[in-house]
Design a binder for this molecule. Structure first.
Ligand code: XLS
Ligand code: CA
Ligand code: CA
Length: 438
């Protein structure tokens, strides 16, 4: 059974190809700065958007036409496993990601739910063995079911807290079984609506306790995945605790969790927080916490999480520019397409086109970013801008040799002060030249 119309494995045909089912920029074995594109990018398909999402929105029903629509329950879950491995093969993508509730239906009890999960995880495992495909990360969906109305690890109901712990315990066991490279915590409903009925201090303390328990349990069972927090503001609660990278890092630091966690940065979440994608990646990187990325893009005209396939080359270039400068690049992380086709793009082939567009956009971003770095185009701009810290009083400041008295003595005899232009318009046109010519 084919769910994507018997499409052959997508091949690289180069930038002049007009074949819609070919890569124009993603050439998996091409070496850039000592690593292949495949190794730099570690592309992953997101289960929830590619197989579970049906195209519904608050105003209308699902529109997606899928070959597995005829199934329900566990049969549907099994068909989606087949669809996953078919799509990974078509895209020549090595990784996939899922929430527990994407892969198997919930039962009437936790026991039944876990039984369903065990069965599907075993099926996924045998497909992984047969194909060599790998799990980039799994996570627990603790936001869809109404029991999480007040949150999961930040709920006001201790019984829900215990349920959430049981759910993550199981997800960690499955992550281990499947050799997951990472494990993600996105705080779906970990936030609040109003302080009038919220004990924020207790909620955050409980969240930290929960994460410590997860770290301890992973250690106990020998699951050595990289743990990731995925920041996001606004959705679904008004005040999400993991608002952005800086907020998440300060939380991790306060609760002595920083050594156990890195961040999974999503482009659309960055823009919702009022930042660029590269800002969030940069904040993570300079704090040694850039772990993985969720590749997508928002829409400047809309204020919510649209999870579009990434096609903005400016953004993919600046994202890859950060990743290339990260120690070890993307490391154990990867480029996960947390992206869905538009509601109007309801044919299965659109999922293939969406991924090709995203993979090509990141491959092109990689090439341009590598060239920018190789030529030190932006490095020179920045070195020049901060040159005053290389010698004289600036070098003293950086070396920790200055104090208020020595700085005052310097300032008193240094008149007038001369500033240099930042030349930002020139810098932007240099970036455009690289985008067009690299
Ligand atoms: C939702 C998030 C979610 C996480 C995993 O906006 O992006 O899908 O990536 O729970
Ligand atoms: Ca995400
Ligand atoms: Ca999202």
């Amino acid at each position: 059974m084919s769910y994507f119309g018997n499409v052959d494995k997508i091949k690289y045909e180069g930038r002049t190809s007009t074949n819609p089912l070919a890569f124009k920029h993603y050439n998996p074995e091409q070496v850039i700065l000592g690593k292949t594109m495949r190794e730099h990018l570690r592309f992953a398909v997101a289960y929830w958007h590619s197989y579970t999402y049906n195209g519904s929105d608050p105003f209308g029903a699902g529109t997606m036409l899928r070959g597995y629509d005829k199934f329900t329950g566990m049969d549907l879950a099994k068909a989606r496993v087949e669809a996953n491995f078919e799509l990974l093969n078509i895209l020549d993508a090595d990784y996939f990601c899922f929430h527990d509730r994407d892969i198997a239906p919930e039962g009437a009890t936790l026991q039944e739910t876990n039984k369903n999960l065990d069965e599907i995880v075993a099926l996924i495992q045998s497909n992984m063995k047969a194909t060599g495909k790998k799990l980039l990360w799994n996570t627990a969906n603790m936001f869809t079911n109404p029991r999480f109305v007040h949150g999961a690890a930040t709920t006001s109901n201790a019984d829900v807290y215990a349920y959430a712990a049981a759910q993550v315990k199981k997800a960690l066991e499955h992550g281990k079984e499947l050799g997951g490279q990472n494990y993600v915590f996105w705080g779906g409903r970990e936030g609040y609506e109003s302080l009038l009925n919220t004990d924020m201090g207790l909620e955050l303390d409980n969240l930290a306790r929960f994460l410590h328990m997860a770290v301890d349990y992973a250690k106990e069972i020998g699951f050595d995945a990289q743990f990731l927090i995925e920041p996001k503001p606004k959705e679904p609660s008004k005040h999400q605790y993991d608002f952005d990278a800086a907020t998440s890092l300060s939380f991790l630091q306060k609760y002595d969790l920083l050594k156990h966690f890195k961040l999974n940065i999503e482009a659309n979440h960055a823009t919702l927080a009022g930042h660029t994608f590269e800002h969030e990646l940069h904040v993570s990187r300079i704090n040694g916490a850039l772990g993985s990325i969720d590749a997508n893009q928002g829409d400047v005209l809309l204020g919510w999480d649209t999870d579009e396939f990434p096609t903005d080359l400016y953004s993919t270039t600046l994202a890859m520019y950060e990743i290339l400068q990260n120690e070890g690049g993307i490391g154990r992380g990867g480029v996960n397409f947390d992206a869905k086709v538009r509601r109007q793009s309801f044919e299965p082939i659109d999922v293939v086109y969406g991924h090709i567009a995203g993979m090509d956009s990141f491959a092109r971003g990689l090439v341009v970013a590598a060239k920018l770095l190789e030529d030190r185009a932006l490095v020179n701009v920045i070195d020049n801008k901060y040159a005053s810290f290389q010698s004289g009083i600036g070098a003293d400041i950086v070396a920790g040799k200055a104090n208020f008295k020595s700085l005052e003595a310097y300032a008193l005899q240094n008149n007038p002060i001369v500033n240099k232009s930042g030349n930002l318009e020139l810098v932007r046109s240099i970036v455009n030249q690289y985008l067009l010519n690299a």
